[in-house]
Ligand binder design. Structure first.
Ligand code: C2E
Ligand code: CA
Ligand code: CA
Length: 619
């Protein structure tokens, strides 16, 4: 609807009216009248002329006589209405009262109104005015509509681009700007679909930076971020434009290589990509040497999901990382089999923990002066229905990786303490006899550990002085403050602490004084090398013993297998020993007869040197 302002601003001069009449008199009369009103007026004497005039310049209104030679008014009107350029022009028919005038037909062909002759000038002006107003308001409406539509389009575009931005953000890594895991998976899905439908081939590389964690931890996260950006840029510049490079997270990247049929091609591309790391990164004035390990999967029809491809590439990458000689590894089906087996192992282990499928064996720790058992080490055993005895060496890592180490470790603690308490109650052991329990790194960093220990000691009535927790050097190498805190909480309870496998890790005697250890277990590899006079262990073991003595830390020699080893250690005044020479780990009922007697009086096994640790079975 036209607004008030618009109606009042009605401007006659700008209104162009075409009068069509075959009678010049009529034309003149009407035009004079309208011009006087301020309209600008054009004239046509017949239908043809009218159409030509209109096509040349569209009028705002046509006053159209009906009865004319040639084209009559109805026909002119019809033609104008049929033409999209002229269809909007309002037409008022002029008709004499005495003529046969068909109103219905007039509206039918598209007329807007009609005026009968002779005219009453006021009527003419009002009808013209009405039509002009109508036309102007329609025009304005159309204009507003167009404007609105334009705005809608504009808004829609804005919305679309905002959506696109959001989508981009959701599919890209903020730090490096590279596609992220989600986008990579999407593209990989596409490649896999194309592979299943036709002959498109591809390979996936899973790249993980070596030593990045060290850089990040030692030089800070900002520096780490800068390193990642540099790495991503170098990787990108070593790839083809059609290759898709994505950052999966952390220091993990993935590459989708199109048109790879054989692993040889993928290997060649990988070797080229690894050139990225051949020279150091110059970042913030520092020179950083980095390297990477790559897992390779060549796409094949056995894959139904992109996730499986990435999983296998990830596995292959781990294989590469574990290998000393190779920086990449091509995934093969046997690895898949292994992965499945490992998965099954995890399922079985979970069940074993839940359903009491684990047992504890105990290995005597012997006083090297008297030969009496002064302590035992609890060693977990798993007898698998299908695979027989599985070594802790094989399933503890699985438990650590999957978090199962927590329920497992708690069970070992409880069962070990329960057994000790039973021996105490039966008076099979004296009150200094202790139970050694192995704690793995994850357990040690579990904030609930100390509560668990308290509960178990409480429940089993075992005195903390009779519990000995064995931890390896790796525990104390991982972050000092929380570790110290935990060690002191343990010590505050008077629980004993042993440093296990000493000599296998970062072994440094210099840090020993900083930690509250009661006992130090020299690793069996040292003890076993004692036999070889050329070995440096011959000197090392005495050195360790001497330092331990000044620190008032008692030493346990692990893995004593021969009498000469025992003699050497006795000569060095080593307090305690453990090893197949005295006894293998055994179930409690086998151990019981040995408690309280000197193993020196027992026939000691002399030839255990070839015994497999893994197959420690009941004796
Ligand atoms: P470890 O703590 O160093 O335990 C000593 C290992 O040396 C035991 O292997 C034991 O059977 C073996 N051993 C003892 N004497 C001799 C010997 O004279 N010669 C040789 N060659 N080996 C000897 P086992 O029972 O197979 O346990 C292996 C490892 O598994 C343990 O090494 C420990 O790290 C881990 N483990 C065992 N039980 C547990 C547990 O309950 N919790 C945790 N976290 N780890 C455990
Ligand atoms: Ca141990
Ligand atoms: Ca050990």
């Amino acid at each position: 609807m036209p607004d008030r302002h618009f109606i009042q601003s009605f401007d006659h001069v700008s209104i162009d009216i075409l009068i069509v009449d075959d009678k010049p008199n009529n034309l003149r009369l009407l035009s004079t009248l309208l011009e006087r009103e301020g309209y600008s007026v054009r004239k046509a004497l017949d239908g043809e002329m009218a159409i030509t005039a209109i096509n040349t310049l569209s009028p705002d209104l046509v006053l159209l006589d009906i009865m004319m030679p040639g084209l009559d008014g109805y026909e002119v009107c019809k033609r104008l209405k049929d033409n999209p350029h002229t269809t909007e022009i309002p037409i008022i028919f002029l008709t004499a009262l005495n003529e046969a005038f068909d109103k219905v037909k007039a509206f039918d062909v598209g007329g807007s109104d009609y005026i009968t002759k002779p005219f009453q000038i006021e009527e003419v002006l009002i009808r013209i005015r009405n039509q002009v107003m109508l036309k102007l308001s329609e025009e304005r409406m159309r204009h507003l509509n167009a404007e609105l539509e334009e705005r809608v389009i504009e808004r829609t575009q804005q919305l679309q681009s905002a959506n696109q931005q959001l989508l981009d953000m959701a599919l890209h890594d903020m730090l490096t700007g590279l596609p992220n895991r989600a986008l990579f998976m999407q593209e990989l899905q596409g490649a896999l679909d194309a592979h299943h439908q036709g002959n498109e081939t591809f390979a996936v590389l899973f790249l993980d930076c070596d030593r990045f964690k060290i850089v990040n931890d030692s030089l800070g996260h900002c520096f780490g971020d800068a390193v990642l950006i540099h790495i991503s840029q170098r990787l990108r510049s070593n790839l083809e434009p059609t290759d898709l490079l994505a950052r999966l997270g952390g220091d993990e990247f993935a590459v989708l290589l199109p048109n790879i049929l054989h692993s040889d091609q993928a290997i060649a591309r990988t070797e080229a990509l690894l050139q990225t790391f051949s020279h150091p990164f110059q970042i913030e004035g520092r020179e950083i040497f980095l390297d990477a390990s790559v897992g390779i999967v060549v796409g094949n029809k056995t894959y139904s999901k992109p996730e499986y491809i990435l999983r296998d590439a990830d596995n292959a990458m781990y294989r590469a990382k574990a290998s000393k000689n190779h920086r990449y590894h091509v995934f093969d089906a046997s690895m898949h089999q292994e992965a499945l087996q490992r998965l099954q192992l995890e399922v079985d282990l979970r069940r074993a923990i839940e359903q009491g499928g684990l047992t504890l064996y105990y290995q005597p720790i012997v006083c090297l002066k008297t030969g009496r058992i002064v302590a035992v080490e609890a060693l977990v055993r798993w007898f698998h229905e299908a695979h027989g005895m599985i070594s802790p060496v094989d399933f503890i890592p699985v438990a650590e990786e999957t978090g199962l180490i927590h329920p497992l470790g708690n069970w070992v603690l409880l069962e070990g303490c329960r057994q000790l308490r039973q021996w105490q109650v039966n008076q099979q052991v004296d009150e200094s006899f202790s139970m050694s329990i192995n704690l793995s790194v994850q357990q040690f960093h579990d904030p609930h550990l100390i509560d668990h220990i308290d509960q178990i000691l409480q429940a089993t009535q075992v005195r903390p002085q009779n519990l000995d927790l064995e931890i390896t050097e790796s525990v104390i190498m991982e972050g000092l403050m929380p570790t110290m805190n935990m060690l002191h909480q343990i010590k505050a309870r008077q629980i004993l602490l042993s440093l296990d496998d000493f000599g296998t890790g970062f072994s440094s005697l210099s840090y020993l004084h900083a930690f509250p250890f009661d006992l130090l277990k020299i690793d069996k590899s040292f003890i076993q090398r004692l036999d070889h006079t050329s070995s440096e262990s011959v000197n090392l073991v005495p050195a360790i013993m001497a330092i331990a003595q000044t620190l008032k830390i008692q030493v346990i020699a692990e893995g004593i297998e021969s009498l000469p080893q025992l003699r050497d250690l006795q000569r060095l005044n080593c307090a305690r020993g453990q090893g197949f020479l005295f006894a293998k780990p055994m179930p409690p009922e086998s151990l019981q007869p040995l408690l309280g007697v000197s193993l020196f009086n027992q026939p000691l096994s002399l030839d255990y040197s070839s015994t497999e640790v893994r197959s420690s079975r009941p004796t």
